[in-house]
Each structure stands twice: as structure tokens, then as C-alpha cells.
Design a protein around this ligand. Structure first.
Ligand SMILES: Cc1ncc(COP(=O)(O)O)c(C=O)c1O
Length: 397
């Protein structure tokens, strides 16, 4: 394969532009140091404060801070006693943990194919998969674009199902004026290093249901009725009881220290993401060989990812070669996602074929996620655009 940057010896950039970089400032560093000097480094006052501020930010009633979104999803199923004999409908076009957690509960995952424009579940396809064993729907707001939540909530209401939103990408998103985190029965956020708000690793469940909120808190720490902060921070009452079979999913004060400051600058970081996405949208309007993300309906997009689609019919290279060529220009990219049913664990256990979910397969095969994060400079953004244009020009059919 000839690669333009190698052929003429001059890549678009001299140094590597990473696909993601976190936006951490001195405020986060100081707050983490403060926790480390305070003698209280695990779940304590900063986690409580982060939960309180997150609740205010979202406008929900309760938030439970956890060590990941995977834990949040698993716990959401557990607090609702979803397990053996139950079915949960979700998408194949997600990070594998969305489906892994259903496996871990010994419940049955039921996949519905995605919409070819938004890459989200289609409400009508969800409806078709419902039977008497169905207990929940897990819509995934792919890339930060909310699913059609009014239709999904109506389907859930009509069929007495729970809606557990996988909002790993969707902090900052809104559907019809309602913030993601205020719509489904439980919403799960991720604060992984690449996410719109990061605590290095971390997650949150939001809900308006006091019982689910309380059960999530208790089950996030072994099922203990009093956490260490409650036991040791004031009175010397060491006693606790384990009333439920829980997990070890709690967030630490070190993580919450980061979260507090990330939340403070969240709107600014979102605006930076939106500005970059707008610049890409405008620049790629005239590039027919790639398809840019389609924002559909009454949504505010959280702009977590900028997934483009390579139109193979107009280019002489496929997605993998496109990524290689961009790499030679020193531009890092990523792919979101290898559909769950195409991973060997799922193929071997369930006999899935790639074409079982043809839209997810096709979208995957053409997808490239371009760099999109607040730390990008105008020059970085211009380099990505130049790199994409250079490759398209070179390989145009
Ligand atoms: C759609 C989706 N769901 C869930 C997760 C899991 O998040 P975490 O890494 O916080 O467990 C991710 C992580 O990338 C994701 O992209």
C-alpha cells in the first residue's frame, strides 16, 4: 500500500496527535494532593460532595458515585434483581461491558440492530424483541447522541419494563430539553480517562427513585449498612450489618477530587468539544468520500465522539488502510466499536455471525473516530482536517 505521507516524505504533523488527552489542570492536582495529605483517601467527604454537586448539575434526585460505568450498569441490574430467566434488550454497537454485565447477572441479552444514521437502537426494533421474560431496556447514547427517549420510555411504560440508560458518552446531552440522567429509571455515566468528564476511572448512577438509590449505595459497598466514613469519622461506632449481597464498587475521595473540578469546568469543556465538532462539520461538507455524524431530532449532542464513515465506493482503500494512512500523517484515531456479537466470546457461546446485525457490522467496517477533546488546539484541528483531505485526495476513485 502506498501511503502519501511516506511517499513524499512529509506528514501533515511532525509529532503525534493523540486520539484522546484528558483536560486536567492545577485545580484537580491540588485537590487530589489535599486528599492525600488529609489521611482520608477512600470514600469520604469528597465523594459525598461530588455526588451532591452532580445531582444538582443533572437535576435528578439521587446520585451514587462508583468506580466505573461498568459497575454502574451491573449494579443497576442487581438492585432490580434482574437475573436468571430475565431478558434485557440492548444494542450490539457498544462497548462490550454493556452486554457483559447482563452475562454477569446470568440474564439473557437480546440484541436489536441499530439505526444506520444515528447508530442508536431503533424504538420499533426494541418493541419487536419484547416477550414475557423481558425486564429491561439498556439504550446506549452512542457517541453522545441521545436515543429517541420519548418512544423508548413509552414502550417501557406500555410493557412494564425498566429503562437503564448507558450514558457513558452522554454527560452533557439532552433529549427534548431534558438532561440525560433525568429520563430513565436509572442512568449510568462513565468518568473513564477519555470521557467528557474524567476521574481517571469512575462512574455514577442517577435516579429519582429513593429505594433504588439507597439500594445502589448499600450494594456498592458489600451490602454494608454503614460505610467507613460513617463508622470512623465521628463517633467510635464500629458496628455495621450486611443486609444485602453487594459488590466493591465505591468511588474514592482521590477520584472525587478530580471530579469536583472537572464538574466546575464542564460547560466550558463541552463548548470546546462543540466548537471542534462544528469546525469538522463545516470543513467536511465538501468531502463527499466521508460521511460525518448525523445529529437527528430534538437532541443536544454531548459530542463525545466524532465518528466518520468511509465511503468505500468512492475511495480505493478501506477503513483499516484509511487509519494507517492517517497514522502516517501522525494523526491518532480510534474505532467505536467492534460490535459485541463479533467478539469471540459471544461468537463462540451464542453462535453469532457478523451478518446477524448487518447495520452494526456495516457501520463498524466503515467507522473511524477522529480526535475530539478540549485540549486540542486550533492547529491540531486544522491538522486533522488537512490529513483527512490529503488522504481522500490521494485515494479518490
Ligand atoms: C458505551 C459504553 N458503555 C460502558 C462503558 C464502560 O465504562 P467504564 O470504563 O467507566 O466502565 C464504556 C466505556 O468506554 C462505553 O463506551
Amino acid at each position: 500500500m502506498n501511503i502519501p505521507a511516506l511517499e513524499n516524505g512529509r506528514p501533515v504533523r511532525g509529532d503525534k496527535l493523540h486520539c484522546f488527552r484528558p483536560f486536567i489542570g492545577d485545580e484537580e492536582i491540588k485537590e487530589v494532593s489535599d486528599s492525600m495529605r488529609s489521611d482520608w483517601i477512600t470514600t469520604g467527604p469528597k465523594v459525598k460532595e461530588f455526588e451532591k454537586r452532580f445531582t444538582d448539575h443533572i437535576g435528578c434526585r439521587y446520585s451514587t458515585a462508583l468506580n466505573s460505568c461498568t459497575s454502574a450498569l451491573h449494579l443497576s441490574l442487581a438492585v432490580n434483581d434482574i437475573g436468571k430467566g430475565d431478558e434485557v434488550i440492548t444494542t450490539p454497537f457498544t462497548f462490550v461491558s454493556t452486554v457483559n454485565v447482563i452475562e454477569h447477572r446470568n440474564a439473557k441479552h437480546v440484541l436489536a440492530d441499530i439505526d444506520g444514521e444515528t447508530f442508536n437502537l431503533k424504538p420499533a426494533d426494541i418493541e419487536e424483541k419484547i416477550n414475557e421474560n423481558t425486564k429491561a431496556i439498556i439504550p446506549v447514547h452512542y457517541g453522545g447522541q441521545p436515543c429517541e427517549m420519548d418512544e423508548i420510555m413509552k414502550i417501557a411504560d406500555d410493557n412494564d419494563l425498566l429503562v437503564i440508560e448507558d450514558a457513558a458518552h452522554a454527560l452533557g446531552a439532552e433529549y427534548d430539553g431534558a438532561k440525560i440522567g433525568t429520563i430513565g429509571d436509572l442512568t449510568c455515566f462513565s468518568f473513564y480517562a477519555t470521557k467528557n468528564l474524567t476521574t481517571a476511572e469512575g462512574g455514577m448512577i442517577t435516579t429519582d427513585d429513593p429505594e433504588l438509590a439507597e439500594k445502589s449505595k448499600v450494594m456498592s459497598l458489600h451490602g454494608m449498612n454503614r460505610d467507613a466514613w460513617k463508622r470512623y469519622s465521628g463517633t467510635e461506632n464500629w458496628y455495621y450489618d450486611v443486609s444485602l449481597l453487594g459488590y466493591k464498587y465505591n468511588m474514592t475521595d482521590l477520584q472525587a477530587s478530580m471530579g469536583l473540578h472537572q464538574l466546575e469546568k464542564f460547560e466550558m469543556m463541552q463548548e470546546m468539544r462543540r466548537e471542534i465538532a462544528r469546525t469538522y462539520d463545516d470543513s467536511f461538507k465538501s468531502v463527499d468520500e466521508i460521511k460525518t455524524p448525523h445529529v437527528k431530532g430534538k437532541v443536544k449532542h454531548a459530542r463525545h465522539l466524532y465518528p466518520i464513515q468511509i465511503k468505500e465506493e468512492l475511495l480505493s482503500i478501506d477503513r483499516d488502510k484509511f487509519i494507517k494512512a492517517l497514522g502516517a500523517e501522525n494523526i491518532g484515531t480510534s474505532v467505536h466499536f467492534i460490535p459485541v456479537h463479533m467478539h469471540s466470546y459471544y461468537k463462540e457461546k451464542y453462535g453469532y455471525k457478523p451478518e446477524d446485525y448487518p447495520i452494526a457490522k456495516k457501520v463498524y467496517e466503515g467507522e473511524v473516530s477522529l480526535p475530539l477533546y478540549p485540549k486540542m488546539t486550533d492547529e491540531d484541528v486544522a491538522d486533522v482536517i488537512e490529513g483527512v483531505e490529503k488522504i481522500v485526495e490521494y485515494y479518490r476513485r
